[in-house]
Design a binder for this molecule. Structure first.
Ligand code: SF4
Length: 363
C-alpha cells in the first residue's frame, strides 16, 4: 500500500468506515512514513472515543502456582511438578499475598497462575474464599477460559456450571487470557494443550452472557503472521458486537528470551518497536466497538509505553507489584510501576492520569 493509499484509507476510517480484515493487515504491514500516519490516525480516534484521560488500576498480581499442564512453548513461567523451582502456594501463602495487596489499597487482585493439573472447581472456589477473607471487598480478576475448561473437564461439569459457581462464590471478572492468537494452526505450534479457538470463544461468550465481563488479549510477535493477528482481532470484534462484554483489549508482546519456542528457533525475537506501536494503533482503528486499548508497560518498557499512549492506547493497566510470568520469560523492570511514574509520562504528553476500577469506573 502506498502512503497515499494509506492516507485515503485512514481518512475513510475517521469518517466511519469499518476496516476490513484485509485493510487491517495492510496497515499492520506498513513501512516508512505510512506508519506515522497510522499512529496519528489512531491517536485521533482515541481522542474522539475516550478523550484526554489515561487510566490505571491499583492492582496486584497474586501467584498461585507455576506448575502447569500446558507448558506452552512461548512461556518461561510454567513448570512440571518435578522441575526445579516448581511451587504451589497453600492457603497461608495465598492469604499472605492477598493481605499485602489489601494493605497496599489495591482495588483488584489478579490471580496469575499456571494451570495446575490437580486443580478442580473446588480449588478455584477455595482460592476465591481465601482471597476474599484476607482482602475483603477487593475485586478478584481470575481464571481464563482454559482454566474454566480444565475445571469443567475434571469435574464432569459444563463450562456454564463452572462459571455460574465461580460467579456465585465471588469472582468479579474473568481473564481473557489463554487467547494468545485465536488461529488453531498457530495454537498447535505455540500452545497445543490449550483450549481450541472455538472453545475459547464459546466460554467467553458464556461468561459475558451471565454478566461476567472479561478482558480481551492478544499475544503477538512469536510465530504468527499479520494475517493471523487480524483473524484474531476479527474474532474479538465479532464477540464484542454480540456481547459488549470485553472491558478492554490488552496487547501482550511476546517476551522471547527464556522461552522454548525462541530457543528452538521456531519463534522470532518478539515484535519490533514498529510492530508494538502498529498493534496498538491498528487495534484502536479496527476494534471500533472497544473503548479501551491497554499498553503493557511491563513488557514494552516505559518509554515505549509513552509512545503507545500517542498511538491509540488510553490505559496503563495496573501497578501489579509482581509479575513473574513476564520476569521468567526474560523481561526486566516488569514488577511494579508507581502511579507517580505513570503521572510523569502521562503529563509529559499533555494528558491526564486517573485511577479506575476493573470495570473502568473512575475513582
Ligand atoms: S502461558 Fe500459562 S498456560 Fe501456558 S505454560 Fe505458561 S502458565 Fe501455563
Amino acid at each position: 500500500m502506498t502512503t497515499l493509499q494509506i492516507s485515503t484509507l485512514l481518512s475513510d476510517v475517521l469518517d466511519g468506515h469499518r476496516l476490513t480484515g484485509t485493510e487491517a493487515e495492510q496497515l499492520l504491514n506498513a513501512r516508512g512514513p505510512g506508519v506515522l500516519a497510522i499512529l496519528a490516525a489512531a491517536d485521533e480516534m482515541r481522542e474522539r472515543r475516550v478523550g484526554n484521560t489515561v487510566t490505571y488500576v491499583r492492582n496486584q498480581n497474586l501467584h498461585v502456582t507455576n506448575i502447569c499442564k500446558n507448558l506452552c512453548g512461548f512461556c518461561g513461567f510454567g513448570r512440571k511438578v518435578t522441575d526445579e523451582g516448581a511451587y504451589c502456594h497453600d492457603k497461608a501463602g495465598i492469604q499472605a499475598q492477598a493481605k499485602l495487596a489489601y494493605e497496599r489499597n489495591v482495588t483488584e487482585i489478579c490471580l496469575l497462575s499456571g494451570v495446575h493439573p490437580g486443580f478442580t472447581l473446588d480449588t478455584f472456589v477455595d482460592l476465591l474464599h481465601w482471597v476474599h477473607e484476607a482482602a475483603p471487598g477487593v475485586h478478584i480478576h481470575a481464571f481464563s477460559p482454559d482454566e474454566v475448561a480444565h475445571a469443567a473437564h475434571r469435574g464432569g461439569l459444563s463450562s456454564p456450571d463452572v462459571l455460574a459457581r465461580l460467579k456465585k462464590e465471588g469472582l468479579g471478572t474473568i481473564q481473557g487470557t489463554a487467547a494468545e492468537i485465536l488461529v488453531d494452526s498457530v495454537r498447535q505450534v505455540i500452545c497445543p494443550r490449550k483450549v481450541s479457538t472455538a472453545d475459547w470463544v464459546r466460554i467467553i461468550k458464556e461468561a459475558h452472557g451471565m454478566g461476567l465481563r472479561s478482558t480481551a488479549t492478544i499475544m503477538y510477535g512469536s510465530y504468527e503472521t499479520a494475517a493471523d493477528q487480524v483473524e484474531h482481532l476479527g474474532i474479538l470484534r465479532a464477540i464484542q458486537d454480540e456481547t459488549k462484554g470485553f472491558t478492554e483489549l490488552v496487547t501482550l508482546p511476546f517476551v522471547h528470551t527464556n522461552t522454548p519456542l525462541y530457543q528452538q528457533g521456531i519463534a522470532r525475537a518478539g515484535p519490533t518497536g514498529r510492530e508494538d506501536l502498529l498493534m496498538i494503533a491498528v487495534s484502536r482503528l479496527f476494534l471500533d466497538n472497544f473503548v479501551n486499548i491497554q499498553v503493557a508497560w511491563g513488557k514494552v518498557g516505559l518509554k515505549m509505553t509513552q509512545l503507545a499512549l500517542l498511538s491509540g492506547a488510553n490505559d496503563l493497566a495496573g501497578t501489579m507489584f509482581t509479575d513473574d510470568v513476564t520476569g521468567d520469560a526474560g523481561a526486566s523492570g516488569s514488577d511494579y510501576l508507581d502511579p507517580k511514574d505513570m503521572e510523569r509520562i502521562v503529563t509529559d504528553i499533555g494528558r491526564n492520569l486517573r485511577q479506575r476500577n476493573t470495570l473502568y469506573e473512575l475513582l
